[in-house]
Design a protein around this ligand. Structure first.
Ligand SMILES: [Zn+2]
Length: 805
C-alpha cells in the first residue's frame, strides 16, 4: 500500500534547484530566493514562522490523531485486533454453546451422523468378535474400578479443578481489555477469546463466485473453502464482517458433518461447533452462500463513482482489503499467514468489465443476459492481496514487457474519458519497473499479467494487489501537457513502490502486521532505487534523505511516537504511518549501506527465494543479511536492526572538539519536548551508531562505530576546520555541534557552499532547525547557517511569497 508521500516542491525546475541547494525539507516545502537584505529578512522570518507553524501543526495533528482525548487513538478499529492471541484452542464448554440470537438453522446443515456410517466392514467384524470378550471383561473391570475407587475420583476432581482454573485464568487474561469485555458479553457462545484465529485449521483453497449488482449494491455470493485440520478440534473459526449468512454445508470426504453455527460480530468471527472432533489431517469443505451490501466506504468490496466530463456519474465496484477488510467481502481466514489459492468467478452485466488477480479463463452466458467470468486459479497468497473489480464505463490500453523472462501483459484500466493521452507514462514505467525488479531480485514475476486500475475513490495512493494494482487516478494517470514534472516523479515513485511489493509483500509476506515495515519500509526503499535506475537524470536518491529520514524523524521526535515493531494491534490502520514507511525505509537504507549494497542485494535474493509463497519475520531477514554483510565494526546486523526497529525514537549525538580530537556524547534520545515528563519518556535506550564523518581537509569519508554501551567516545581527527558527522545522511540520528564547529560550517557555506554536498547541507539545516525548537540550540545558529542561501539563490519565486505576506 502506498499512502500519500511527503509534500514535494510544487514545480520541477524550482524543485531541482532546491534539492541542489539543499533547502527543501519535508517541513519546508517552499522555496527561497533573495538577493538583497529585505528579501533575506523576509525569507528568514517567513521561513521561521512557516516552519514553526508547520512543526506545531504537524505535531499537534499527529498527537491529536493518536491521542484525541489524551489517552486513546482517534481511529477506532474493530476490536478483534490484538496480538496476544494464543494459538492453542480454548477448551470448549458445551454448556455455553447456546446459539446467539441470530444463529441459523438451515436446510443445508441437516444433521448426518456420518461417522457412524463411515465404519468399514472389517472394523465391524472385529467389533462383533470383541463384544463377547468385552462382556466377560466388564465385570472384572467394574471390580477394578471399584478398587480404584476414591483414589481415581480425587485425581479426576483435581484435574477438573485444574482445568477450570486454567479456563478462568484464560478468560481473565483475555477479558482484561475493553474489547474483550464486550466480546465476552456478546460472544459467550464461541468461547474463543482472541481476535487471532486458532491454528487448528488452515485454508488450502477458496472457490469464490461473486455477483455484485452495480445498480442497487446488493452482492450475492458463494464460497467453498477447502480446509486442512492441523490439530484435533471441535471448533472451526474464521473471519466475516457485515456479511449475511444464507446457508452453509460442511463435508468431509463427501459426507455432511453436523455443526452448530455461531457468530461474534464484535470480533468479526464466524464459528462452527462440531458434535464430534475433527482429526489432524482431515480435509473438510465449507460451503457458504451469503450476501452483503456494497457501500462507498472504501473498504472491502465498495462502490467507486466516476464523475465524467459530461457530468454523468458511473458506479463501479472495487476492493481494498489491506489490512483486514477481505472479511467484508468473503468469509475467510483473514490473516497474512493463512496463505491459500483463490479461484474467482464474477457474474456481471454484459456491458461491464470484470477483473481479478489472475487472467480470465473463460466467459459464458449466465442467466437473464448476465455473463459469468471465471479467472485462473491464483498463486498461493494472503487474503489482503485478493482483488476484484467490476467496471462500468472503463476502457484499457495494453502493452507487453520486453526484457522479462516471459512477456507480461500490462493493462491500464481507466474511465474511458480519462484513458487517452494519460496512460503512456504509467504503462511504460510499470513495464520498466517489472524489468528492473526481475533483474534486481533475479526472480521472475510469477503471473502472466498485471493490471493497473485508476479509481476516483480510493483510500490510499495505491494498493499492490497481486496482478491487479489499484491506484488513486492522480497517482497513475499523467498528462504530459498539463501536469508538472514533480507529479511525474511522484507517479514513478508510487508505481515502483507497488511493483516492488509484487516481490516484497506478495511473494514473501510479513508473518503478522506488527512487522508491516517488512512490506512498506522495503517498498519505500526500493521505489527510490527503482526510480534512480529508470530515471537517472532525476537524482532521486538525493531526495531520499529528506523524504524518509528527515520526514520520519519529526514525528519520531515526539513523546507520542512508537517503535517500528509495535505490539499495539488496537488499530492496525495506525501502523500505516511515517514510522513504518519512512523511518523503516531509512533504517533499511542504513543497514544496506553498512552491509554493502551488493551484499545486501545478494541477501535479499536469498531471503525471497527461501520464503517464497510463505511468511517471514524480521529476524529471518537480518540473519541472512548478516551472513552476506561485511560490517566494519563489532556490531552485528541483527543487533543493529533490533536497536532501531524495537526501540522508539533515535539518538542525539553531541559533538565537542577537544585537543585529543573529537568527543562524542551519545545515547540520549532526541525529543522535542523537555521537562520532567520528557525525561521520564527519554528512557534508557541504547543504539549502536555508525558515524560516517568528513573533515574539511579530507574529501574521503571515514566510518567510526559507536557501540550500544559506549557513552562518551573520543577519537582522533586530523581537522581543525569544519567537520560533518553522518555525512551522506545514512545514520538514523541527529547531530548537535559545538559553537566553534557551527561557526566553521557557516564560514564554509558562505565562502563555497558546494564543498559540502547537497544532502549534508540539507541535513545540517534540518538538524539545527529541529534542535532550535529545544533549548539545546539557539535559533540564531540556524539563521546563520541559512544565510548562505541569500547569495546562492536567485530572487523570483520566493519574492512572490514575501509580497503575499
Ligand atoms: Zn506499500
Amino acid at each position: 500500500m502506498q499512502s500519500s508521500p511527503p509534500p514535494p516542491p510544487t514545480s520541477s525546475s524550482a524543485a531541482k534547484m532546491l534539492y541542489e541547494e539543499a533547502i527543501w525539507t519535508p517541513t519546508n516545502p517552499y522555496r527561497h530566493r533573495s538577493s538583497h537584505r529585505r528579501a533575506r529578512i523576509c525569507v528568514a522570518i517567513t521561513f521561521g514562522i512557516l516552519m514553526f507553524g508547520l512543526g506545531v501543526s504537524v505535531g499537534a495533528f499527529l498527537h491529536a490523531m493518536l491521542f484525541p482525548d489524551g489517552s486513546s487513538p482517534i481511529i477506532k478499529f474493530p476490536s478483534f485486533l490484538t496480538s496476544s492471541g494464543s494459538f492453542e484452542e480454548s477448551p470448549v464448554n458445551s454448556t455455553v454453546l447456546s446459539h446467539l440470537g441470530s444463529s441459523v438453522e438451515l436446510e443445508d446443515s441437516e444433521v448426518i451422523e456420518e461417522e457412524d456410517g463411515m465404519k468399514k466392514d472389517s472394523e465391524e467384524e472385529e467389533e462383533d468378535k470383541g463384544k463377547e470378550k468385552e462382556s466377560e471383561e466388564v465385570s472384572e473391570e467394574k471390580n477394578k474400578t471399584k478398587r480404584r475407587g476414591k483414589k481415581e475420583e480425587s485425581k479426576e476432581k483435581e484435574e477438573k479443578e485444574k482445568e477450570e482454573k486454567e479456563e478462568e485464568e484464560e478468560e481473565d487474561e483475555a477479558g482484561s481489555g475493553e474489547k474483550f469485555v464486550k466480546a465476552n458479553r456478546e460472544c459467550t457462545n464461541i468461547t474463543w477469546y482472541s481476535s487471532r484465529l486458532p491454528r487448528t485449521a488452515e485454508p488450502i483453497e477458496y472457490d469464490l463466485t461473486l455477483h455484485p449488482n452495480l445498480t442497487n449494491g446488493e452482492v450475492e455470493a458463494e464460497v467453498s473453502i477447502r480446509i486442512l485440520i492441523k490439530n484435533e478440534t471441535k471448533l472451526l473459526i474464521l473471519n466475516a464482517e457485515n456479511l449475511e449468512m444464507n446457508s452453509f454445508e460442511i463435508t468431509r470426504k463427501g459426507s455432511k458433518l453436523k455443526a452448530d453455527f455461531v457468530k461474534c460480530e464484535v470480533m468479526t468471527q464466524w464459528a462452527w461447533k462440531f458434535g464430534k472432533r475433527l482429526h489432524k489431517g482431515d480435509h473438510i469443505v465449507l460451503k457458504i452462500k451469503y450476501s452483503s451490501q456494497m457501500k462507498s466506504d472504501l473498504q472491502g468490496l465498495y462502490f467507486s463513482t466516476h464523475l465524467g466530463t459530461d457530468g454523468k456519474k458511473t458506479k463501479s465496484a472495487a476492493t481494498q482489503f489491506e489490512p483486514t477488510f477481505a472479511r467484508k467481502m468473503l468469509p475467510c481466514f483473514d490473516e497474512p499467514n493463512f496463505k491459500a489459492t483463490f479461484q474467482v468467478s464474477i457474474i456481471r452485466n454484459a456491458n461491464h468489465i470484470a477483473r481479478s488477480n489472475m487472467n480470465l479463463s473463460f466467459s459464458k452466458e449466465y442467466k437473464n443476459g448476465l455473463i459469468k467470468d471465471e479467472f485462473e486459479k491464483s498463486v498461493k497468497m494472503s487474503t489482503y492481496l485478493l482483488a476484484v473489480a467490476v467496471l462500468d464505463g472503463y476502457g484499457y490500453i495494453k502493452r507487453l514487457t520486453r526484457n522479462t523472462t516471459k512477456p507480461i501483459e500490462v493493462r491500464l484500466y481507466a474511465p474511458e474519458d480519462m484513458l487517452e493521452g494519460q496512460s503512456e507514462f504509467g504503462l511504460d514505467t510499470t513495464i520498466r519497473a517489472l524489468e528492473f525488479f526481475e533483474n534486481y531480485f533475479n526472480i521472475s514475476y510469477p503471473l502472466d499479467k498485471i493490471d493497473l486500475l485508476a479509481l476516483d475513490d480510493f483510500s490510499e495512493g495505491a494498493m499492490e494487489n497481486w496482478g491487479l494494482v489499484t491506484f488513486r487516478d492522480s497517482a497513475l494517470l499523467f498528462n504530459e501537457r498539463k501536469a508538472s514534472v514533480v507529479a511525474k516523479e511522484h507517479i514513478a515513485l508510487i508505481i515502483c513502490h507497488e511493483i516492488a511489493h509484487q516481490w516484497f509483500g506478495n511473494l514473501v509476506t510479513m508473518d503478522w502486521w506488527n512487522e508491516v515495515f517488512l512490506n512498506e519500509g522495503f517498498a519505500n526503499y526500493m521505489e527510490y532505487k527503482c526510480v534512480d535506475e529508470l530515471f537517472p537524470d532525476w537524482s532521486i536518491m538525493s531526495r531520499f534523505y529528506a523524504e524518509n529520514l528527515a520526514f520520519s524523524q519529526e514525528p519520531d521526535g515526539f513523546l507520542s511516537s512508537r517503535a517500528i515493531e509495535s505490539d499495539d494491534d488496537d488499530s492496525l490502520l495506525n501502523l500505516f504511518d511515517a514510522i513504518n514507511y519512512h523511518k523503516a525505509a531509512a533504517i533499511i537504507h542504513m543497514i544496506a549501506e553498512m552491509a554493502g549494497q551488493r551484499n545486501f542485494q545478494t541477501a535479499l535474493i536469498e531471503y525471497l527465494n527461501k520464503y517464497a509463497y510463505s511468511n517471514a519475520i524480521g529476524v529471518d531477514l537480518w540473519k541472512i543479511v548478516e551472513k552476506h554483510a561485511n560490517l566494519q565494526g563489532r556490531v552485528s546486523i541483527p543487533d543493529l536492526a533490533k536497536a532501531y526497529t524495537t526501540q522508539v525514537g533515535y539518538p542525539l549525538v553531541t559533538v565537542e572538539r577537544t585537543e585529543e580530537g573529537i568527543l562524542v556524547h551519545n545515547q540520549t534520545r532526541f525529543l522535542f519536548a523537555e521537562g520532567e515528563k520528557a525525561e521520564e519518556k527519554r528512557g534508557d535506550w541504547k543504539w549502536p551508531i555508525p558515524i560516517s564523518y568528513r573533515a574539511s581537509e579530507d574529501n574521503k569519508k571515514k566510518l567510526h562505530w559507536i557501540q550500544a554501551d559506549d557513552r562518551n567516545v573520543t577519537w582522533e581527527t586530523p581537522s581543525n576546520g569544519w567537520l560533518i558527522l553522518n555525512t551522506g545522511g545514512v545514520g538514523y540520528f541527529k547531530v548537535l555541534y559545538d559553537g566553534d564547529t557551527y561557526r566553521k560550517l557557516v564560514d564554509e557555506l558562505t565562502i563555497n557552499h558546494t564543498k559540502i554536498s547537497p544532502i549534508d547541507r540539507s541535513m545540517i539545516l534540518v538538524d539545527s532547525y529541529d534542535l532550535s525548537k529545544t533549548s539545546l540550540l539557539n535559533i540564531s545558529v540556524y539563521f546563520d547557517l541559512l544565510e548562505y542561501v541569500e547569495s546562492k539563490l536567485s530572487l523570483g519565486y520566493w519574492g512572490i511569497g514575501c509580497v503575499a505576506t
